[in-house]
Design a protein around this ligand. Structure first.
Ligand code: SF4
Length: 431
């Protein structure tokens, strides 16, 4: 029996998968108290979950707040909530003055208060009776992001996240397993482990980083076929983690390891706690030890004082070490970070020129390396619209498999395909 919602809400989730996981939890908590999720344009309450780790994300958040505030003034929505990284980064009193149409501001640490605050605002009651609801997934049902910890203690000198998201706090083994089983019950066969730094998991629980402990439990969850590791921090990758990945076929040989740069001087200025040589040694070890390993990374170009020869070193690094997927960020000066005081700054035009050089070279390298995949068989999960993924590609951020003839596959189906050719960052495949 469908129970009529007590009020309707819509959500906009900005930024990364970590915010999306938080948004899913907010939706769940509201639905559990009788609020109904509806598409934008049909809502009484609009909820914006935000990102603010660099200036461009702040700009996007503020543009969204302006649009929603105008909609509220026109009477299209009655209540406006802004949650997440943006109110965590800035002083609430200043935000309230600047955006008076926002009714509720919630930091990342306050998001579990959402339904109580909305109940108070909309119905002048603190508590609403709970209702049994079906979990609403904001990603397709066949994969799920599992956030295994919150916050970060690494304090990279350019990063605002430790300030925004607070100190690193691991979820317990039981909590992660419960979440994994719940997601499998909704149809997930691929679990994508995320955090600010997944390799820090367990440090606060066991006195040392203990991701292998968690992985050895997760592989036992019935129904899980692929476990994918994102956001690993190079100095925390050790022999135990490598052995755990090798010993468990469910942990797919794919690692997302943001390295940021390859030059030791810059890595020190970034407070990354590894040298260029350590990084090279680690990648050699990973690619030797883990058969068919696919590496994804991200780089920062234009860090203050970065020289032309250090960009050359980075280009040499991506030639020598086979990153299948690579993203480049332009350095963004954030006033509360230590790197904001490092000189000289690099002009934004020059940063864009450096990014273009690296990305152009990476495209040539990927196309040439991917040619060796032609003729190989890969297990593919079908995403719909003639697009699929193998273990080599994470959702949304990597290249894709372009399926010549999907032959009645529906999203979430798995099938073996042959690689026919290379199309820029994508591969064409067929049965
Ligand atoms: S590890 Fe990532 S989240 Fe943590 S401080 Fe460094 S860049 Fe920021």
């Amino acid at each position: 029996m469908n129970v009529k919602p007590i009020a309707n809400f819509s959500v906009v989730s900005l930024g990364c998968a970590r915010t999306l996981v938080d948004t899913e939890k907010m939706v769940q908590s509201l639905q559990g108290r009788g609020f109904g999720l509806v598409p934008e344009g049909h809502e009484q309450i609009s909820i914006l979950n935000t990102c603010s780790f660099i200036q461009s994300a702040v700009d996007e958040t503020e543009a969204n707040i302006v649009v929603l505030s105008e909609r509220k003034r026109r009477g299209e929505i009655r209540y406006l909530v802004v949650a997440g990284c943006y109110p965590s980064r800035f002083k609430k009193e200043e935000l309230k003055q600047r955006y008076p149409d926002v009714d509720i501001w919630l930091t990342t640490q306050e998001e579990d208060k959402l339904q109580v605050e909305l109940a108070q605002l909309v119905f002048k009651k603190r508590f609403l009776p709970s209702r049994p609801v079906r979990y609403t997934k904001l990603t397709p049902s066949h994969y799920s992001y599992i956030k295994i910890s919150e916050g970060c203690d690494n304090w990279c000198s350019f990063c605002t996240i430790p300030k925004i998201r607070g100190i690193h706090t691991s979820k317990s083994v039981e909590a992660v397993l419960e979440e994994a089983r719940l997601q499998v019950s909704f149809g997930a066969r691929e679990l994508i482990l995320i955090a600010e730094d997944t390799t820090a998991w367990g440090e606060d629980l066991f006195g040392k980083p203990s991701l292998p402990v968690l992985l050895n439990e997760l592989v036992k969850v019935a129904g899980v076929e692929w476990i994918r590791l994102m956001y690993i921090f190079p100095p925390r990758v050790n022999a135990e983690l490598i052995a755990t990945i090798k010993a468990n076929p469910k942990i797919i040989p794919y690692l997302d390891m943001p390295v940021q740069h390859a030059n030791t001087r810059l890595l020190e200025l970034m407070n990354r706690r590894y040298t260029g040589d350590c990084l090279r040694g680690l990648i050699r070890e990973l690619t030797t030890e883990i058969p068919n390993l696919v590496l994804r990374t991200s780089l920062i170009l234009g860090f203050p004082s970065e020289t032309e020869s250090e960009v050359e070193e980075l280009l040499q690094f991506i030639e020598e070490y086979p990153f299948a997927h690579l993203g480049c960020f332009a350095y963004s000066e954030e006033r509360e970070t230590r790197s904001a005081r490092i000189e000289p700054k690099i002009e934004s035009d020059e940063i864009q020129r450096r990014i273009t050089r690296v990305m152009d070279r990476q495209l040539e390298l990927v196309v040439s390396r991917n040619r060796s995949l032609v003729g190989q068989r890969l297990m593919m999960v079908y995403e719909g619209n003639r697009v699929g993924r193998s273990y080599r590609e994470a959702p949304d951020v990597d290249g894709r498999l372009l399926v010549v003839d999907p032959k009645g596959l529906t999203p979430g189906d798995m099938a073996e395909v042959t690689v026919l050719g290379v199309s820029e960052l994508d591969l064409t495949v067929s049965f």
